[in-house]
Design a protein around this ligand. Structure first.
Ligand code: GLN
Length: 193
């Protein structure tokens, strides 16, 4: 497979760190700011940041509908932190989850934890949680991949993979590898048709 082209939503937030990880893993990246930027991408990353600001930007640029179409087409999407919030029922409504914003409490703005993630080999991931959400509710089609203190912090539904923490910080690229492996599976299935 030639280097896949991954879009990274770049309206606001920590998009550059994701781009660096993706490029390190051999992908090409494109910053997505307007609907036309979605043309031809094979996967999409929704980074962390501030979900209220992102919501306003998505509305302003008319990105809501094309992002929905992208997900409906089965394009793999990785959401981290605010990116997880954007995919939930109350925001873009693309995953059957309800995210609780800033769920770990005001006192705990930020912490790190070792998080075993289902599907990721080689020991727990070092998760950097920054005013992180958790998944308070989810439908039956959602596969839970990780929890911290009994709260769901990573999940998967169709081609969408979400984590509450920042997987792009701290040099562990296994989550991005898992995301990119979803692209490969998809292209193999596509070729068999
Ligand atoms: N607290 C932010 C929000 O609610 C998310 C924080 C993050 O992405 N690091 O949008």
């Amino acid at each position: 497979m030639s280097a896949p082209l991954i879009g990274v939503l770049a309206l606001q937030g920590g998009f550059e760190a994701h781009e660096r990880v993706l490029r390190r893993l051999g992908a090409r990246t494109r910053e997505v700011r307007v609907p036309g930027d979605l043309d031809g991408i094979e996967g999409l990353v929704l980074p962390g940041g501030e979900s209220t600001t992102m919501t306003l930007g998505i509305a302003r640029e008319g990105l809501g509908e094309p992002l929905g179409a992208l997900a409906a087409a089965g394009t793999p999407i990785l959401g981290s932190c605010a990116g997880l919030i954007m995919l939930d029922r109350d925001h873009l409504g693309l995953m059957d989850i309800r995210a609780e914003r800033n769920a770990f409490g005001r006192q705990v703005h930020s912490f790190e934890a070792d998080v075993p993630v289902r599907g990721i080999e080689g020991g727990p991931m070092r998760g950097v949680f920054i005013r992180a959400p958790w998944i308070a509710e989810h439908g039956p089609g959602v596969e839970i991949l990780a929890s911290v203190d009994g709260h769901v912090v990573a999940a998967r539904e169709d081609g969408m993979l979400v984590v509450s923490f920042h997987a792009e910080l701290g040099g562990d690229d296994r989550l991005h590898r898992l995301f990119l492996s979803g692209l490969r599976e998809r292209s193999v299935v596509g070729e068999e048709r």
